[in-house]
Design a protein around this ligand. Sequence first.
Ligand SMILES: [Mg+2]
Length: 277
Amino acid sequence: MMAPLAGRNSLTPALFLDFDGTLAPIAPRPDEVHLDPHERTLLESLGRLLPVFVISGRAFPDIEGRVPLPALSGLSGDHGAVRRFRDRLTVHPEALRARQALADWGPSVRALAGKVPGALAEIKEFSLSLHYRGVEPENRTGLLSEVERLFHNWGERDRFQIFEGKMVWEIRPLGGVTKEETMDFFLELLAREDGKESGGFFPVMVGDDTTDLAAVNHAVALGGQGFWVGDPPPGLDPGAILLKDSGEVWALLSRLRDDLEKGADIRSLWGAPVRKG
Ligand SMILES: [Mg+2]
């Protein structure tokens, strides 16, 4: 049972968190990223105070092992393709349709990565990632043209899109498999569970990369709050609040927990900038 939020009005906050670059700094290799014990404890405390969701681009089985799952109301992997609400797991229908095409194409991407020192292909069930953090800067342009050439010659390309993230290219299905759509999906389930009209919860979204931009803007548009970690990208809603790094994200989460435990109105968190100076 969720503790009642003292002093809340008809709207209850729901927290949506990206993982890499938001909760944890980006490491040279994705498998080196993890949360510290005190960070897991903080997420557990927050999970007792409000609905908390982690929405990641990692494959679901990967992200599942990196977060305190029982503390979360929900978890999503592969940029919204796989969603777990409470203990019920679902897959976006568009992602299901894309699975076979990606499985057929994965070996080509892996072969390409194998030819370029430092490149790392991550073949997921519902998306493909090509990480180039380890690639010498002078070899990156060549690698990108190879990826684009491969993509252009792929028979299934009309159903997919290449997204550029932080030191990664992602090939993902088109058609609603996005973090903002996942946020709506979870908000709807929360509202239904609570017997409220849809819109009874307001989203607070924290993210740092291309795949988060529309979700952060969507949270602001829904009357919630968006937080952006790092330099603001073009197109970021001016209502979003900037955080410098994951250290500032944890400072925000810690204040959120303290305010909720005191029964304070968390909207004061928007008023006072988290970043000092
Ligand atoms: Mg991220």
